[in-house]
Design a protein around this ligand. Structure first.
Ligand code: ZN
Length: 245
């Protein structure tokens, strides 16, 4: 495991700027609440970035010095410039970790990396969500109970139109009867991607210890190690061999 992880938390940060529930719960934005928790974790350095900053806060320098990018978006996916999406995709393929939260399932970057619609069923009546750990040996499950509950959340239900995850760590059950693959791991290029379902803006989900624990574990799982850098294209043989006739 890495000793340090430089994390950038990206938030669209629009819901929390308007009067209403999200602003009451997260007056300084969801990214700030997640940042405050991660800052307390040994070895994690935290920075935040938001949509309305120049280059959405994701300049070349920021991306080059980010080990793991956390992404929350919902109402303004379309405002994220394609040029920035291109750069984030390249960073992931080159090894940067990406954690996509909740409604980030419809972000340009997640859909691009998945190659599918990433569509799902949803309902917002504040029902209970029970999240089951189904891969207890997975690093993202470290320190979690067999299941934990979020008292009030938006429901996301299957089918979730994603490619088959490389590793499936968490599955949700909702009081209304649906189920959902809530903790999904993917590999793209040299990068690792973790999709984590909870985090609707109208509920205090990002203050809940288990949720923050999953995000922290996700950071350590997705952080790049000293990975081998592959090379591509034509080359001469390594061994001294003669071409066959
Ligand atoms: Zn939501």
């Amino acid at each position: 495991m890495c000793q340090t992880a430089r994390v950038t938390i990206w938030n669209e940060f629009r819901h929390e700027k308007r009067p209403g529930k999200p602003q009451e719960i997260y007056p300084n934005g969801m990214h700030t609440v997640i940042a405050d928790y991660l800052k307390q974790q040994t070895g994690i350095q935290v920075r935040t970035a938001t949509l309305d900053e120049p280059d959405h806060g994701l300049t070349d320098d920021v991306l080059a010095s980010t080990d793991v990018l956390i992404w929350w978006g919902h109402t303004a996916h379309g405002e994220v410039r394609d040029e920035i999406v291109d750069k984030v995709q390249k960073a992931v393929l080159d090894g940067m970790g990406l954690i996509v939260l909740h409604s980030g399932h419809f972000s340009k970057i997640f859909r691009r990396l998945m190659g599918t619609t990433c569509d799902l069923k949803w309902r917002e009546i504040g029902e209970k969500e029970r999240i089951w750990v189904i891969d207890p040996a997975h690093p993202i499950a470290t320190g979690l109970p067999e299941y934990f509950e979020i008292p009030h959340e938006e429901m996301y239900g299957e089918r979730f139109d994603i490619p088959q995850p490389d590793e499936l760590v968490l599955v949700s059950w909702f009081a209304g009867g649906e189920v959902f693959r809530s903790g999904c791991c993917f590999h793209r290029g040299r990068g690792k991607i973790f999709y984590f379902r909870p985090g609707h803006e109208s509920y205090p989900t990002f203050y809940q210890e288990e949720v923050l624990k999953v995000i922290t574990n996700g950071v350590w799982w997705a952080a790049p190690e000293a990975t081998t850098v592959p090379t591509f294209g034509h080359r001469d043989p390594i061994e001294d061999i003669k071409p066959s006739e």
